[in-house]
Design a protein around this ligand. Structure first.
Ligand SMILES: N[C@@H](CCC(=O)N[C@@H](CS)C(=O)NCC(=O)O)C(=O)O
Length: 214
């Protein structure tokens, strides 16, 4: 969602929610699931980051994605959605598995599987990236929906306790198109402006250590 807001040049006000304590009654009235993000748009409350981004991109036609009525729009949207679905349904389960592994060995094994899945499922879809999806020079809706995961995948192996370091070497060697695409994403201002690496890494490690201990 932050990437969509930045790419669309929309003004917004941020309200921070402390996730280390139970949600307040006020926040549960905004999102009964208690999760962030939520967006208030002209008084309408929207939740679920993917849904919010799709709404913003639909409400503000831009370089990010064609409308379905534009020439080539329906097909472009199908290609974009296929990639996003592939990333979320095929890659993310392995990404989470390689964080949750109880021993370093479990995490190494899941990390190697993750690299193999990127090679099988994602690498073929990025052959014409330029540097972004489908040969685009600017971010597209594909990167809007996947950048947060990609940034985490490139960053967390730097903290050996979160993800194994071998993931980075594996991706660089085995999946050059993914590597180029992911690194291009990680240099974009619209992606990094909300990225506080240390804070996010520490919060993720604390959460994952609880899961590993459970
Ligand atoms: N599917 C939701 C997931 C949102 C989500 O898990 N948000 C995390 C922060 S990144 C959260 O609110 N965690 C608080 C909690 O689980 O109590 C979305 O994409 O919006």
């Amino acid at each position: 969602m932050p990437v969509a807001l930045a790419e669309l040049g929309l003004e917004f006000e941020t309200v921070h929610i402390d996730l280390t304590v139970p949600r307040t009654k006020e926040y549960l009235a905004v999102n009964p699931r208690g999760l962030v993000p939520a967006l208030s748009y002209n008084g309408e409350i929207l939740t679920e980051s993917g849904v919010i981004s799709q709404f913003l991109v639909d409400a503000h036609p831009s370089h990010l994605e064609k409308t379905s009525r534009e020439e080539g729009g329906a097909l472009q949207r199908a290609r974009y959605n296929f990639f996003i679905d592939t990333y979320i349904s095929k890659i993310n389960p392995h990404y989470f598995a390689s964080m949750r592994g109880v021993t370093a060995e479990d995490r190494e094994k899941a990390g190697a599987e993750l690299v193999d899945i990127v090679l099988k499922e994602i690498e073929p879809l990025l052959q014409n990236a330029g540097p972004f999806f489908g040969g685009s020079e600017r971010l597209t809706f594909v990167e809007v929906q996947t950048a947060g995961f990609v940034l985490r995948l490139l960053t967390f192996p730097k903290y050996e306790d979160i993800l194994p370091k071998s993931i980075l070497a594996g991706l660089e060697q085995k999946t050059p198109a993914f590597w180029k695409w992911a690194n291009a994403i990680s240099k974009e201002k619209s992606v990094t402006y909300v990225w506080n690496e240390k804070e996010i890494a520490e919060a993720t490690l604390a959460k994952i250590q609880k899961t590993r201990a459970a």
